[in-house]
Design a binder for this molecule. Structure first.
Ligand code: AMP
Ligand code: GLY
Length: 418
């Protein structure tokens, strides 16, 4: 098949790396890492001819790119605008969860400061405040400090911190427990869970600092075995797909369930309508069957082929720019990628890089995602950090604790289900 991949991040690099094993791929706009493994173009995806279109990021999905392509009889992996609203509006997502009776945090929606403030003052915290609209993973404040919570709501509702996205907020009950990202591919009716991953959202070690798009990930996850996968499919994914269908939404693509493993079982934190970044960088390398075939089946509304999984573990470390997430600084020369890529089992996915007269330079907050496969999480972790030590750019920072908790819980990759 000839497949078009839309996007330019490390997630799209991982998607392309899997697809090129069996298919001809064109990426738009792609990035310097993607350019090394397939054709890239700046063309509008609607002007390209292909057998299958894969839309990576949420922004074009929420803007209706899948609908426009489908209107032109193209086969598309990715939901239409109606399904993408699960990520485009947290208030809509919470309503769907409520109607589908999916276990999740209780919530209220506000667009008026006085009402939001008195709600915050009515309970002891911790407080969880989210922008209704898209905020690149940074729109969530979790705090036990009432004054900080009130100030966060004030900045969001006034538009000062997140513009239009923040002018409606969702205030939620706080959930406690380790997190899991379950990526499920669905043709709207049936669904297949991909290997479970976990993401490291806070910028610093020990989960300190601001929320980011994700600073690292690994798969498998010892605190999410097959029974958890089965429970999430039965209590969250299938009820959600039925509720979407009831609303006339035909969802074809990946549904990413962000979950918290609470004392009373897994609860849904959020849905995203695309592969996670950096989760894709550890989930996709573990899929040994033909990803393009699976995506084409999803797009045509009938999943038939089995998904086969590599028993090895995968772990990725994100290398970020100085100042990320608040105010990242770009344009730094990057060295050592080839040496890192030369290590057994290692792939360096490009997130925010561009070519310049000085060679490759950083151009985004999350610059590279250094991924390694290994016979155990421990081995994958060692290989990933060895590769990280070969790479440098000014101001580079990364978490040093990716995978430590899983390893100390005695994870063994072989034998641990997905
Ligand atoms: P979201 O953008 O909704 O995925 O939230 C980003 C991160 O904020 C999540 O991955 C959690 O770490 C944290 N978070 C979100 N909702 C809650 C909640 N209700 N309770 C505790 N932490 C939360
Ligand atoms: N890693 C979190 C996300 O992709 O939203």
């Amino acid at each position: 098949m000839r497949v078009v991949v839309v996007g330019s991040g490390a997630r799209e690099h991982a998607i392309v790396a899997s697809l090129v094993k069996d298919h001809e791929v064109v990426a738009t706009p792609g990035n310097p890492g993607i350019e090394e493994i397939c054709e890239v173009t700046d063309k509008d995806p609607e002007s390209i001819d292909a057998d299958l279109f894969v839309i990576g990021p949420e922004v074009p999905l929420v803007a209706g790119l899948a609908d426009r392509l489908r209107a032109n009889k193209k086969l598309v992996f990715g939901p239409g605008q109606d399904g993408a609203a699960l990520e485009g509006s947290k208030a809509f997502m919470k309503q769907v969860l409520h109607d589908a009776k999916v276990p999740t945090a209780s919530f209220s929606v506000f667009s008026e400061f006085k009402a939001a403030k008195s709600h915050l003052m009515s309970y002891p915290g911790p407080y969880v405040i989210k922008t209704d609209g898209l905020a690149a993973g940074k729109g969530v404040k979790v705090t036990s400090d009432l004054d900080e919570a009130i100030e966060d709501v004030r900045l969001k509702l006034s538009g000062a911190s997140f513009g239009e996205s923040g002018k409606t907020v969702v205030i939620e009950e706080a959930m406690i427990g380790p997190e899991v990202s379950m990526l499920v591919v669905t043709d709207g009716a049936s669904a297949v869970a991909l290997p479970v991953a976990t993401d490291f959202k806070r910028v610093y070690d020990d989960d300190l600092g601001e929320n980011t798009g994700g600073m690292g990930a690994h798969s498998p996850v010892p605190w999410a075995d097959q029974s958890v996968v089965d429970e999430v499919m039965q209590r969250a994914i299938y009820p959600t797909l039925s509720e979407l269908a009831r609303r006339g939404i035909d969802y074809r693509g990946v549904l990413y369930a962000g979950l918290m493993m609470t004392e009373v079982g897994p609860k849904l934190v959020e849905y995203n309508v695309r592969f996670g970044d950096p989760e894709a960088q550890v989930v996709l390398p573990r899929i040994t069957s033909d990803l393009g075939q699976l995506m084409a089946e999803v797009a045509s509304g009938r999943i038939e082929s089995p998904v086969t999984i590599d028993k090895r573990a995968a772990l990725t470390v994100v290398l970020a720019s100085r100042g990320y997430p608040a105010s990242p600084q770009y344009g730094m020369e990057i060295k050592g990628i080839d040496a890192a890529n030369g290590q057994v089992g290692v792939t360096v996915f490009h997130g925010g890089t561009k070519k310049s007269g000085r060679g490759l330079v950083s151009s985004g907050g999350r610059v590279l995602s250094v991924t390694a496969l290994g016979d155990s999480l421990n081995e994958a972790r060692d290989a990933a950090y060895r590769a990280v030590s070969m790479i440098e750019f000014e101001g580079m920072h990364y978490r040093r604790d990716i995978g430590l908790r899983a390893i100390s819980e005695g994870a063994k990759s072989s034998g641990v289900v997905s």
